[in-house]
Design a protein around this ligand. Sequence first.
Ligand SMILES: Nc1ncnc2c1ncn2[C@@H]1O[C@H](COP(=O)(O)OP(=O)(O)OP(=O)(O)O)[C@@H](O)[C@H]1O
Length: 339
Amino acid sequence: MITIDGSEGEGGGQVLRNACALSLVTGEPFTIEKIRAKRDQPGLMRQHLTSIEAACTIGGAECEGLELGSSRIVFRPGSVTPGDYRFAVGTAGSTALVLQTVLIPLALADKPSHLVIEGGTHAGMSPSFDFIEKCFLPVFQRMGPRVSARIKRHGFFPRGGGRIEIDIEPAPLQRIECTQRGELQARSGMVVFSSLGANKIPSRIRVAALKALPDWTEDMIPIRELPADQGPGIALSLEAAYENVTEIVTGFGKIGLSAERIGKTAGKRMAGYQASNAFAGPYLQDQLLLPMALAGGGIFTTVKISQHTRTAADIIAMFTGRTTYFEEAGDQGHCVRIV
Ligand SMILES: Nc1ncnc2c1ncn2[C@@H]1O[C@H](COP(=O)(O)OP(=O)(O)OP(=O)(O)O)[C@@H](O)[C@H]1O
């Protein structure tokens, strides 16, 4: 039984999701204590419960301590059964983070799966649907499995109500090298919003983003109004497509956060990525580590190493014995090597 101190490293929900995925793939049971101990609201929240419940459902796993606010769980994996599943977070908790928990076990199963996940699709502090579809999945698919993702409804904070559908065709994970992002091929973006009334928030967000991206133009970032029942909410998505990877930066609307701040922050993040020569942006890096480790190793370049990535490397080592090395890589930022 592996024992994890959930307060160590980044100390958030990602530790739980990675541990569940790794446990289902390796068959190793685990206990995690002090779950999210340093967070303002420690213990399991709704979105973490949904992710662990999803892992139990697809993996025939048993879990003790599975309740809201719980600070300790014991997870015993069973065998993964591919099939048709529907998971609903019930809040604006991220659909992408539920997917992060079950994708790899199902991608390594012996038959295809179809998933419907309901909750947030564009809610802060998590991958947006656009990020999953255009940034993460294309790189993941290069490792073997075929995965298609569709958004049926947007879900914003705090209401949620979004819906995504995922089809997974399993295949063994192959080692890949992600050190060159290649030439820039296209830049684009989109502001999506719903139920904001007649105001200038969408165009103010766009103007602020463009100020941080002087060589981008307004026509690259159209504004799209969604049906009123998908709101209220707003998100900006910026996309830079290189030959080998597409970076997606998302700006999430939030009560109390000005349109200028949302646009400027997202624009600056995209400008930062474009100025670097790295393959993976700040969020792809921790999400790439797990499939690479399960593919038997891998290598990628990235911008500054995040605490999420260092923590993911520690959890991966506990379940697989694989070591992750972080090295400086000159104009390519940092190199991450899993062996
Ligand atoms: N803007 C973003 N774009 C893409 N991915 C993101 C973005 N923001 C966060 N992520 C990803 O979402 C995950 C967040 O994990 P984290 O543990 O911080 O969240 P959590 O489960 O909500 O837990 P907690 O509330 O404890 O922080 C990480 O894998 C991170 O890479």
